[in-house]
Design a protein around this ligand. Structure first.
Ligand code: FMN
Length: 324
């Protein structure tokens, strides 16, 4: 029986983990082996103090990376047993994974794992085709399987009310010069292995747009190419809002995103109404549910696009120094 994971297993799983989404594609994570366990930690040099003062975005991104780690290990037949925030004195260590009993991967694990390299944020207009009921159900199941739930915002008046909250949160954020500076600093006009490539940033906003888009450089929009009139908006909700709840929410986020990719759907994320505390509370009240909104998704059928770049996996590994 193996006593722990190897460096090769760490490297292979981390290569999938880094494909997770992160706020402004900051990729705020590090991976290492400690006593046979794979550990995922926050990279404190990649925090966004103005955009994400509480560290919510770092923990959501870390949770998403953790989901990919778990999937990669399960798909390889070496599933992990996971402890979140295993060391009270080291809150930046988000998770520790040790080998569980080896078993064959389930069909769901295999299809979600296969979706990892195909998933990307699609900020362009979607086709107006509705998302069928069985696919909506699968998305909800994906969130539930990770101890969260997905609330769909259905109907013109509910979508308009949500859009109003999102637009006002966007305006609040854009008034802050430090927030704007971070957004601009992480927008990439030239090829780079982190940050949001301007080409992935979606089209320039126009006054008739229902939902606010973070300006990541923006492509010129051909005349008449408007966004879908009634987007499918979904809010990911977690039971509580502790640091651990946020890591749980990140895992649920990634499972929903991969399930959507597997179903041929495109998704973009909108977190302005989560980042402004007043807007988040308004959103929570408008949904009439317990729990805390952790992310908003726009879901639909999109045009093809490309995955955004990541740093090489060796740049995010902390490997043991070889003994001489
Ligand atoms: C916590 C979090 C918040 C995000 N907020 C937004 C957002 O408000 N607007 C947006 O366009 N993308 C948002 N994103 C998506 C990231 O910009 C995206 O994941 C990153 O650029 C990597 O690109 P990819 O998703 O195509 O791999 C968010 C992602 C995370 C994890």
């Amino acid at each position: 029986m193996d006593v722990g994971y190897t460096v090769e297993q760490l490297r292979a799983a981390a290569a999938d983990a880094v494909r997770a989404p992160s706020l402004h594609n900051t990729q705020p994570w590090r991976f290492r082996l400690r006593d046979g366990g794979i550990e995922l930690a926050v990279d404190p040099t990649r925090r966004l103090p103005a955009t994400d003062p509480s560290g919510w975005g770092v923990r959501l991104s870390g949770g998403a990376a953790l989901h990919n780690l778990r999937l990669a290990l399960a798909a390889a037949g070496t599933p992990a047993s996971v402890r979140l925030r295993p060391y009270p004195g080291e809150p930046d260590v988000l998770a520790r994974l040790v080998p569980d009993l080896p078993r064959r991967p389930t069909p769901t694990e295999l299809s979600l794992h296969a979706a990892v390299p195909r998933r990307f944020s699609n900020r362009r207009p979607f086709w107006p085709d509705p998302v069928p009921a069985d696919v909506r159900w699968r998305l909800g199941e994906a969130a539930r399987a990770e101890q969260c739930w997905l609330e769909l915002v259905i109907g013109t008046s509910a979508v308009n009310a949500f859009a109003e909250i999102a637009r006002s949160a966007h305006r609040v954020l854009e008034r802050d010069p430090a927030y704007r500076a971070e957004r601009i600093a992480w927008t990439r006009a030239a090829p780079a292995d982190d940050g949001v490539p301007a080409a992935a940033g979606g089209p320039q906003s126009e006054p008739q747009d229902l939902l606010p888009a973070r300006g990541f450089g923006g492509l010129d929009r051909p005349p008449g190419r408007d966004f879908e009139p009634e987007p499918l908006v979904a809010v990911l909700i977690s039971a509580g809002n502790t640091a651990t709840d946020q890591i749980v929410a990140g895992q649920a986020l990634q499972r929903v995103l991969l399930t959507a990719t597997d179903a041929g759907l495109a998704v973009s994320m909108l977190s302005q109404p989560i980042e402004v505390p007043g807007a988040r509370e308004q959103l929570r009240l408008s949904l009439g549910r317990f729990g805390t909104p952790q992310m908003v998704l726009r879901i639909g059928y999109g045009q093809p696009g490309r995955a955004t770049p990541r740093r090489a996996v060796d740049e995010v590994l902390d490997l043991p120094v070889p003994q001489v």
